[in-house]
Design a protein around this ligand. Structure first.
Ligand code: G3I
Length: 393
């Protein structure tokens, strides 16, 4: 009997010890808290992903744990889907969309109408000259209709028109091949075609630098015009390509960087669109950590290589990571305080390795703009986002 009790005690003690060890190892190896869960019920947390994401051992688990929505960064653009007239190439995009849906991730469509990554044939007549308006409109309709019908029920929302506003002071719309071929109403027609193609999809207008008051005014004018003409625009995408700023060559540990835009400006932007009747989404959030005097995302901007604008090749200094974290914290804080106005926060990539900012405005930079570093580890920016979402410190 006594032997039996002793045995039971031994087993219990061993079980307890095993549990304790399990607990400790679990705590040590516990992954970062999940962003998606922290944001539940307020806004969707998303990320742009590229064609490699399904096979990327770093990105895949991060996606599954932290994100509720994905935006294919290049695969749904016109050059990927219709490289030649009438030749639709859905295979690569289908694979990514199916991968996301199999994990319960919402898929955001980016983008139907843009001036980049759109093949020249859209704008050329048979004789190689400029296309006429009727043909351009027909091509616009065919592209939008075919793509949206193909993804109906799988892609829940589309950036119908991307970056149609001009950055030239005093100019309203950007001078694009679509504008030249059709006229200013190409935007209205794009929304009409989209609405007819898939009445269930959400339709967005998406652009960068809408935090600049003059460009925000252009956007508000465009949205008002579209609404007056009967077009349905469900929300506005604030691309949110933000940046830290300090003089090139300055020591980031001793020179405080400024952030562009500041939190009050971002919040005012949200309030202004909401007051006009449009919810917003932060669709392409990143915070450029490198010096340089440019903001936004004019992908046409190309500079010669300047090593002094690429100073963090072996790692990002803690002071810079802390300054960046404050920007991320501010964005997520705004999203939390305005759940009726901000529907989604998506970063443009998952780890720093995938960011377009490694190649803009000159190739081969080592930038650090996202929530996870190149090893997939959560950065101070991640924890700032998590704290803003949970209110925990
Ligand atoms: O696909 C070609 C490949 O065949 C070729 O060998 C290679 C050589 O450079 O280029 C590949 O194309 C690249 C493409 O991404 C796909 O990887 C282009 O050079 C490169 O310029 C292109 O960059 C994309 C950029 O849009 C250009 O339009 C970025 O990945 C993409 O993240 C970026 O996304 C945009 C949004 O759509 C709109 N808002 C701004 C945002 C950031 O620029």
């Amino acid at each position: 009997m006594r032997r039996q009790q002793h045995l039971i005690r031994l087993v219990l003690a061993a079980g307890l010890a095993a549990g304790l060890i399990g607990c400790l190892t679990d705590r040590a190896s516990r992954p970062a808290p999940a962003l998606r869960a922290a944001a539940r019920g307020r806004c969707l947390i998303g990320a742009a992903i590229d064609a490699q994401a399904p096979d990327d051992p770093l990105v895949r688990p991060l996606l599954e744990r932290h994100f509720a929505s994905v935006t294919p960064d290049n695969l749904l653009k016109p050059d990927a889907l219709q490289p030649r007239e009438g030749e639709f190439t859905f295979d690569q995009a289908d694979r990514l969309v199916d991968f996301a849906r199999a994990r319960g991730l919402a898929v955001e469509g980016h983008t139907l109408v843009w001036h980049h990554q759109t093949p020249d044939w859209f704008f050329k007549a048979a004789d190689g000259g400029p296309v006429d308006r009727a043909t351009a409109l027909r091509r616009l309709e065919t592209h939008i209709t075919t793509v949206m019908r193909h993804y109906q029920g799988r892609v829940c929302a589309w950036d119908v028109v991307n970056e149609a506003l001009s950055d030239v002071p005093g100019e309203y719309l950007r001078e694009t091949p679509w504008l030249r071929a059709i006229g200013a109403d190409y935007i209205l027609w794009a929304f009409r075609f989209a609405q007819a193609a898939d009445p269930t999809a959400e339709l967005y207008y998406n652009d960068y630098n809408l935090e600049i008051p003059s460009k925000r005014d252009q956007a508000l004018r465009l949205l008002a015009d579209l609404r007056a003409a009967g077009a349905r625009v469900n929300a506005v995408g604030l691309q949110a390509h933000y940046t830290l700023r300090w003089p090139a060559g300055a020591d980031p540990e001793t020179t405080p960087s400024e952030a562009w835009p500041d939190a009050a400006t971002i919040e005012q932007t949200v309030l202004d669109f909401h007051a006009a009747g449009f919810p917003v989404m932060f669709t392409e959030l990143d915070v450029n950590a490198l010096p340089g005097d440019y903001n936004g995302a004019e992908v046409g901007l190309r500079l010669a290589t300047r090593p002094e604008l690429d100073p963090f090749r072996t790692g990002c200094p803690p002071a810079v990571l802390a300054a960046q974290a404050r920007v991320y914290g501010a964005v997520f804080d705004i999203a939390c305080r305005h759940p009726d106005k901000v529907r989604r926060v998506s970063t443009w990539g998952v780890t720093d390795a995938q960011s377009w900012l490694n190649n803009w405005p000159f190739p081969g930079r080592v930038n650090h703009p996202l929530l996870f570093d190149r090893a997939g580890r959560p950065k101070p920016a991640f924890f700032a986002a998590w704290r803003a979402l949970t209110g925990r410190h």
